[in-house]
Design a protein around this ligand. Structure first.
Ligand SMILES: Cc1ncc(COP(=O)(O)O)c(C=O)c1O
Length: 398
């Protein structure tokens, strides 16, 4: 047994090894950055403008029935990674239908949108690639950039000219332009036609995370790529989550067949991850078929967002102009934003609260998500609650 002298003694007893976590928690608490988990009741009486269920499909009987039938037939889990035992006929069916819906050659389903983004960024780049990534991109794209063995240029937000300049100046033979389709904080859409033109002009690939566009933008919810006329392009790849409009769970990469083949054979977050659970595959298929049968749901989600924004602006609040289903409303500061969201909840309205450091521009806001199934009366109630509980200065926040 090793005897430690004073000089070699361990600095901390085993029980104290994680003391630093308490100190870090204390620092976060003092900075107002504590995050807490709150469990949601199955039948929540609160009016929900905080979830990402844009089309109101999460509880749709056809979606929940499809999930239950898939679990009964295929089991509670997928049993393994996609390349071993985790691919069922249902996974293949979903991939064929998603590719057909989005107008691309092929689709590959992942266990989440997060792993789909990691896969696309790491497998489609190498040290000879420049990644040009919008400064406001989602954390999963940022993490994909960090994992990729490529140089990354963080382009100013929504600036296709800066993207074109970075592509033109690059030393690398390859490049990928990476953008959210709809930015999750403010709900503004990427300038896809210009980005696509810049990518084409400089022989770069285009990777678009359509998490907030699929099911909402374009005719019948085909997504931003279809709306911008770049779906199905030979150098365009889209990713999406199945957890927002499609009311399920999981992610997908959509694009040319050779891209999908490359991901199957090389993407670590595909190969070393258990396949999506059958219930989630079934729910996503059920939701996709509903969307195809009822394409007006997409337009209704956009209309609800526009109405919310118009009514809040008319009441003097600083609401964003929504391109899809997300509306943000400016708050005077982080504490006011927190208090406003808490007051809304006490009044029966759930809203999101975004504040530094999780906002790219340091501005605090409430984030509202429109849902296609909201009634006009619910929209009125939400607006009245937000206006009644608004902090002083919410109309002039900077
Ligand atoms: C833009 C964007 N991309 C990717 C994701 C990750 O998707 P998932 O939750 O399926 O991992 C999200 C959020 O969930 C998102 O908002």
């Amino acid at each position: 047994m090793i005897q430690h002298t004073d000089a070699t003694a361990r600095p901390t007893a085993p029980a104290a090894v994680f003391d630093w976590l308490d100190e870090a928690a204390e620092l976060r608490s003092r900075a107002g950055l504590t995050r807490t988990l709150r469990s949601r009741p199955a039948q929540d009486p609160v009016l929900d403008l905080a979830s990402n269920d844009y089309l109101g499909l999460v509880h749709h009987p056809e979606v929940t029935r499809a999930a239950a039938e898939a679990a009964l037939r295929w089991g509670g889990g997928s049993t393994g990674s996609r390349l071993v035992t985790g691919t069922t006929a249902l996974h293949t069916e979903l991939e064929v239908e998603l590719a057909d819906f989005c107008g691309v050659e092929a689709a590959l389903v992942f266990s989440s949108g997060y792993t789909a983004n990691l896969a696309a960024l790491t497998a489609l780049t190498d040290p000879d690639t420049l990644i040009v990534s919008d400064a406001n991109n989602h954390a999963s794209l940022i993490d994909g950039c960090r994992l990729a063995r490529a140089q990354v240029f963080r382009a100013p937000h929504a600036d296709p000219v800066a993207v074109g300049a970075a592509l033109a100046d690059r030393a690398q033979p390859r490049a990928v332009v990476v953008t959210d389709s709809v930015f999750s904080v403010d709900g503004n859409a990427a300038r896809l036609p210009e980005l696509s033109a810049a990518a084409r002009a400089h022989r770069a690939a285009l990777l678009v995370d359509d998490a907030h566009g699929l099911g909402v933008l374009g005719p019948g919810g085909l997504g931003l790529l279809a709306a911008a006329g770049v779906a199905g392009g030979k150098s365009a790849v889209a990713t999406a989550t199945l957890s927002k409009s499609l009311g399920s769970q999981g992610g997908v990469v959509l694009g040319p067949s050779r891209v999908v083949r490359h991901l199957v054979e090389t993407a670590r977050s595909f190969i070393f991850d258990t396949g999506l659970a059958p219930a989630a595959v079934g729910a996503a298929l059920g939701a996709l078929r509903l969307l195809r049968a009822e394409p007006e749901r997409a337009e209704r989600a956009r209309e609800v967002a526009r109405t919310l924004a118009d009514r809040l602006t008319a009441a003097g609040l600083l609401a964003s102009v929504p391109d899809a289903a997300v509306v943000s409303v400016r708050a005077p500061g982080p504490q006011e934003a927190l208090g406003w969201a808490a007051d809304c909840r006490r009044a029966g309205l759930a809203v999101g609260c975004f504040r530094p450091p999780s906002v790219p521009d340091g501005l605090s806001r409430l984030r509202l998500t429109a849902r296609a199934d909201l009634t006009d009366a619910q929209i009125e109630l939400a607006v009245a609650t937000l206006v009644r509980t608004a902090p002083l200065l919410a109309t002039t926040a900077r």
